[in-house]
Design a binder for this molecule. Structure first.
Ligand SMILES: Nc1ncnc2c1ncn2[C@@H]1O[C@H](COP(=O)(O)OP(=O)(O)OP(=O)(O)O)[C@@H](O)[C@H]1O
Ligand SMILES: N[C@@H](CCO)C(=O)O
Length: 321
């Protein structure tokens, strides 16, 4: 369960006096998510999400994340909006952590997304890329090549505990990606973590995107590769080309990919599979047993990484070339 920091009712009531949020009626911790502590608040006005920012979020990045939600929402994307305090600030402090109130987004995430949902996600991702244009703040991607190397340096010596031979295997992926990572592709604001649990649906209709806490400036097609990894594989590890095709068509109906972005998809997908493998591996090796958080399986992403390694043409993702 991702509630790392508990809050006292009195403190919360005091915190809310800084906002025009109405009277507190109830609050409860939300078990989902792994990064931050989230609470659902009912007030005499509207339901709200209270987020306390935890270890992996740098406080100096918060103006970027909160400002981005405002920018994307103004650009027509459905996403939560931070509620300003009476003094105009978007950020406060609660239980010793930076904290923000954000609007509650209706909908549920899909446990078993189908191809038609992948199409909607592709569209929404492209809409986000377009809506992100003109955002004044910049945030480099801390989890790109350099960040992967840092994570790997911390995990490498224990990698073979997870699977024998992993140390050599991952080292050669890192070497390959360092040497062949694409440059000069279109870049902009990317979500960087658009997994099923960050996309809400009402019925079959996508109602909005949440969790912009990995958002940054990077290659737009890298974000597409993250979504292919997160949405288009089945539980048994097989790539579902129909889902891939729908996702890519949905994306291209809003923002057509350039030839060089398409050509780079296998390398980008290999990189994004490695990125989630590495964060999961690091967490797997460092999260103490009994911690109140569900550890995610690094091997799921190892299988995806192996799949991308043997791709010989981007057509295998479901693109008609
Ligand atoms: N604006 C919102 N409206 C409605 N529910 C929300 C909102 N923000 C968060 N939630 C709920 O809180 C849960 C966790 O939120 P979120 O994904 O942002 O947390 P996280 O710890 O950053 O997770 P992740 O593991 O995806 O990085 C979501 O699955 C959802 O149930
Ligand atoms: N979406 C990430 C976890 C949160 O960032 C994963 O599945 O590994």
């Amino acid at each position: 369960m991702a509630v790392y920091t508990d809050i006292a009712e009195d403190e919360l009531k005091w915190f809310l006096t800084e906002y025009d949020a109405g009277q507190l009626l109830s609050y409860k911790g939300i078990a989902e998510g792994v990064e931050n502590s989230n609470f659902l608040l009912h007030t005499s006005k509207a339901p709200l999400i209270l987020t306390l920012y935890e270890k992996r979020v740098e406080k100096s990045d918060l103006p970027f994340f909160l400002g981005l939600m405002q920018h994307l929402s103004a650009g027509g994307l459905s996403c939560p909006l931070p509620l300003p305090r009476k003094d105009g600030a978007l950020l406060g402090t609660l239980s010793g952590r930076p904290a923000a109130l954000i609007s509650f987004l209706e909908g549920m995430w899909l446990r078993k997304p189908e191809a038609k949902h992948c199409r909607e996600v592709g569209k929404a991702l492209a809409q986000m890329h377009v809506a992100g244009e003109g955002f004044a703040l910049k945030r480099p991607n801390a989890l790109s090549l350099k960040g992967w190397q840092t994570l790997w340096d911390k995990s490498e010596s224990r990698a073979d505990e997870v699977e024998p031979g992993l140390q050599n295997e991952i080292r050669s992926d890192l070497n390959f990606l360092q040497a062949s990572w694409p440059k000069d592709l279109p870049d902009g604001i990317i979500h960087a973590d658009l997994f099923p649990d960050n996309v809400f649906f009402l019925g079959d209709e996508l109602s909005g995107l949440i969790d912009f806490y990995f958002a940054c400036n990077d290659l737009l097609a890298y974000d597409v590769s993250i979504c292919l990894n997160a949405w288009c594989f089945e539980k048994d590890g097989a790539y579902n080309i129909t889902k891939g095709m729908q996702m890519l068509e949905g994306y291209q109906s809003v923002r057509p990919l350039r030839d060089e972005e398409i050509a780079a998809l296998p390398t980008l997908s290999r990189g994004s599979a490695l990125r989630f493998f590495l964060t999961r591996l690091y967490d797997w090796l460092t999260t103490p047993e009994g911690a109140m958080v569900t550890k995610k399986d690094p091997l799921e992403y190892l299988r995806k990484l192996r799949f991308h390694r043997q791709i010989s043409s981007p057509a295998e993702y479901g693109l008609s070339l």
